[in-house]
Design a protein around this ligand. Structure first.
Ligand code: ZN
Ligand code: ZN
Length: 349
């Protein structure tokens, strides 16, 4: 459309809000789907009948089920490196560097952390239910929601001398220290798993990531808590998507408002020109030199040739012709410099 005042900034704002709301909506839809599938997933009891149920199932497989049991190692056990007597099946050792980095934009020191070293140890383990019923858990590291117990955490404070401090100001980095942590999925912990359950040829029950791409979960909280948390996450994405969409609408309304103002000003200018035109061509078009003294007295102070035809408001000066008024670089009265709010044609009877 002609004259739509879309500026680069508007386009950037509009593009960003559309892109983000699209992205957040996509994530929300994915989360919502996960929540819906979780709600439909049957909760299986881990007991001796489970093997028979699977034996009767097509392909000896249940695609997406919830199962709860106690963690027991299938062979050897992992020992905590720092806490005496702690036994587990998954162990994660992390060494993180913490430092302050000078942010020249914010003109402040900001926290920054970086993983220096990470090691994960794992041994095969089962979820054990009532009787001797057990399910082997496959690929636990592929699962979402596996928060392990922190069995050891120690912060090693950095120490430095005078020359180090000067070096820090020059480089813009102040080391704070290193954090050493050990997390463990302990033997005896209660674990809820959501995934594909199969009975393999050796009559061993196995829980594994679903083949259809649904999310695989392992969590130390119970199924209901997990469901509530997932629903909460989906809602956050939904809210973010709505906020971005609203921001996009706001930008559009802003542009529309500006376009409407622009149009209104254009209409007002045209209306004024028509009014002057109705008064006759002598008022708008330049005309030959005025000869007599009386006409000269009545001539526009800018072009000195056309008769004065505009009343400038609010000051009320009658000093110029319409074409000179239109070509004023700023809308101020040429005599008293007051801003011109409105202009009306001068009618001489
Ligand atoms: Zn003039
Ligand atoms: Zn004036």
């Amino acid at each position: 459309m002609e004259g739509i005042p879309l500026r680069t900034l508007d386009l950037v704002c509009l593009g960003t809000s559309v892109a983000f709301s699209g992205l957040f909506y996509y994530i929300y839809r994915k989360k919502k789907k996960t929540v819906d599938t979780l709600k439909e997933a049957p909760q299986m009891r881990l007991d001796e009948q489970l093997a028979d149920i699977l034996n009767a199932a097509p392909g000896k497989c249940l695609q997406y089920v919830v199962i709860e049991g106690t963690v027991q190692p299938a062979g050897e056990t992992l020992r905590s490196q720092f806490q005496e007597g702690s036994l587990g099946v998954v162990q994660r050792l992390v060494l993180k560097e913490h430092k302050l980095v000078w942010n020249s934009l914010a003109r402040a020191w900001t926290d920054s952390e970086r993983i220096l070293h990470q090691r994960i140890n794992m041994v095969p383990f089962n979820l054990v239910g009532s009787g001797n019923a057990a399910v082997r858990v496959l690929c636990p590291l592929e699962a979402s929601g596996l928060e392990m117990e922190i069995v050891h955490e120690k912060f090693h404070q950095a120490s430095y001398g005078f020359t180090d401090i000067i070096g820090q100001y020059l480089s813009g980095e102040k080391p704070k220290g290193q954090l050493e942590t050990e997390e463990m999925l302990k033997v005896g912990a209660t674990l809820t798993g959501v995934g594909e359950l199969i009975l393999d040829s050796d009559r061993v029950l196995k829980l594994r990531p679903p083949a259809d791409g649904s999310e695989y979960f392992l969590t130390t909280s119970d199924f209901h808590t997990m469901l509530v948390e997932e629903e909460g996450r989906a809602t956050i994405w939904q809210v973010l998507a709505s906020i971005c969409a609203l921001a996009g609408v706001a930008v559009l309304l802003w542009v529309a408002r500006r376009y409407y103002r622009h149009l209104r000003e254009k209409w007002a200018r045209e209306e004024l020109r028509r009014q002057f035109e109705r008064m006759g061509p002598s008022r708008t078009a330049p005309q030959g030199e005025l000869e007599d003294a009386e006409s000269l007295e009545n001539a526009c102070v800018i072009c000195l040739s056309n008769p004065r035809s505009c009343v400038l408001l609010e000051c009320g000066h009658v000093c110029c012709c319409f074409s000179c008024f239109q070509s004023l670089p700023v809308p101020t009265c040429p005599i008293c410099r007051q801003p011109i709010v409105r202009v009306v044609p001068l009618y001489q009877a």
